[in-house]
Design a protein around this ligand. Structure first.
Ligand SMILES: [Zn+2]
Length: 500
């Protein structure tokens, strides 16, 4: 983290200094040693910290107080447990300090009290197949990190992993700007540029060999990337080298695969596979090693899988044995499927991109022979089968394809689609929160609503435990105890998403 001048921060000295820096300061500056020792003693307590609110955040902040009490609220805690009505949540600085029935929990003196009768809180969403780019033109992905980070936060996403980037440094730089309170957005697990074999993407590198894969991982980890994504034409040797190099650094690798099967990737130690079973080529009869037979061929085979048959069950067992997590990205597949409604959030797009997607959607509606008519529900039921067998499912949205997957709005849609797939609303919310946090190794700090955890909370009007569509009614998004106004975040980018 870059050390910024404390004078510029709203919260003054205290959040900037840990005890080590205090000692240095005391030694370096022989002024007011006693006073400094006092300051150091105070700030060294392992208690909550006020997050920084830089000038770039001010316009979007709705709740900003050291102690906040959310009263008379329904709590859906993200663990899958039943909702609790009429609760009080006390937030101190960036953490949850108390939760209990409104009748029992006393509101601390001086707290900012927000009566949330009729509202529910769910944990901030932790979504893991996000991108800071979007298809804007022929073979071109526009880099929309500035608008997308605001939209993700507005939609209730407080932590996200980018699932591959086609830019280089933007994900990493935005991660830092958000961490240091200079820009609004979710915490970002920043994924390096894709690790792919020979490919024709204009904005993507082609790995030369396994050593090259190793070098790429080392380079991008050094540059600040915190996760990796293998792509459709990577070889087994390249993937194996990349996984080994990432694991040495404690970093994880996911993949949208094709040339390498799910079973092979599990054997190579991959941590996560994207798109449910939609990118599996394990069931293509004449699959050649290290060669992508085409995503369409893989998907035809997936559409024909018997989910109770031994081949599928054996793959599921292997993924579970090797602790491979699966990411559901139903949102992007919905946009490929005829007969589905227009996705939410199109109005924020720049007019040309909105029209472009609406034309795609109309064309999709006409393709009566589309694979996706059978594949989309099949993909849903395979994800259910994976979870039923004991597999760990996490969720993301994937704003790529032919467009129409709009950050924030699509994260809420993804939760609705999990419910359509057969998960209960409470299970769907857990997949989109605690499961994601667990995958990221951050479940002790985020992902559910519990005392001591970071105050990352989404306030929604209604009761998503009964009606999952209520996850769309976001009124306030708390990240690290600061409440953001989703309407202001959305308004700040509306009609311009596509430009920046
Ligand atoms: Zn993706």
């Amino acid at each position: 983290m870059a050390l910024r001048s404390p004078a510029k921060t709203h919260w003054g000295l205290t959040p900037m200094f840990d005890s080590g820096r205090c000692i240095l300061l005391a030694m370096n500056r022989l002024r007011g040693v006693l006073a400094l020792m006092f300051v150091c003693a105070v700030v060294s307590l392992p208690s909550a910290q006020r997050p920084q609110i830089g000038a770039g955040l001010r316009d979007y902040v709705k709740v900003d107080a050291p102690v906040v009490a959310l009263t008379h609220v329904r709590v859906i805690d993200g663990t899958g447990a039943a909702a609790s009505d009429d609760q009080t949540i006390v937030i101190r600085d960036d953490k949850i300090s108390e939760i209990g029935s409104a009748a029992r929990v006393a509101v601390p003196a001086g707290a900012t009290v927000i009566d949330l009768s009729g509202r529910s809180v769910i944990p901030g969403l932790v979504m893991v197949h996000e991108h800071l780019y979007y298809p804007t033109g022929p073979q071109v992905y526009g880099q929309l990190g500035q608008s997308f980070t605001r939209l993700y936060l507005a939609g209730g996403v407080t932590t996200m992993r980018t699932g591959g980037n086609v830019n280089g440094f933007m994900d990493i730089n935005l991660k830092r700007l958000i961490e240091t309170g200079q820009q609004p957005g979710p915490a970002i697990d920043a994924t390096a540029p894709y690790l792919n074999g020979p490919n024709s993407f204009l904005q993507m590198y082609s790995l030369k060999d396994a050593d090259d894969a190793k070098r790429q991982v080392a380079y991008w980890a050094g540059a600040g990337a915190t996760s990796f994504k293998a792509y459709m034409n990577i070889t087994r040797a390249q993937l194996g080298a990349a996984v080994a190099e990432a694991h040495v650094r404690g970093l994880k690798v996911t993949g949208h695969l094709c040339s390498v099967t799910y079973g092979e990737a599990a054997d190579l130690g991959i941590d996560n596979l994207e798109h449910g079973f939609m990118a599996s080529t394990d069931f293509v009869a004449d699959k050649q090693p290290d060669v992508c037979p085409g995503q369409g061929r893989g998907q035809q085979a997936v559409a024909a899988i018997d989910e109770n048959g031994e081949p599928f069950k054996a793959l599921v067992r292997k993924l579970i044995d090797r602790k491979v997590t699966l990411t559901s990205t139903l949102t992007v597949f919905e946009t490929f499927t005829p007969g589905r409604p227009l996705p939410p959030g199109l109005d924020v797009l720049a007019p040309q991109l909105k029209e472009q997607f609406e034309r795609n959607h109309a064309r999709t509606a006409q393709s009566k022979q589309s694979n996706y008519i059978a594949l989309f529900p099949k993909g849903m039921s395979l994800e259910r089968a994976f979870v039923k067998a004991g597999g760990q499912l996490i969720a993301g949205t994937d704003p790529t394809g032919g467009g129409g997957v709009v950050p924030g709005f699509s994260n809420q849609r993804q939760i609705e689609l999990l419910v359509e797939a057969g998960f209960t609303p409470l299970e769907a919310i857990k997949i989109a929160t605690l499961n994601g946090a667990t995958y990221l190794g951050r479940e002790s700090a985020i992902g559910s609503i519990a005392v001591g955890k970071q105050a990352d909370l989404v306030v929604v009007n209604g009761n998503p435990a009964l009606s999952i569509a209520d996850v769309r009614n976001v009124e306030t998004v708390f990240r690290q105890g600061i409440g953001y106004d989703p309407a202001k975040l959305i308004e700040s980018v509306k009609g311009r998403v596509g430009l920046w």
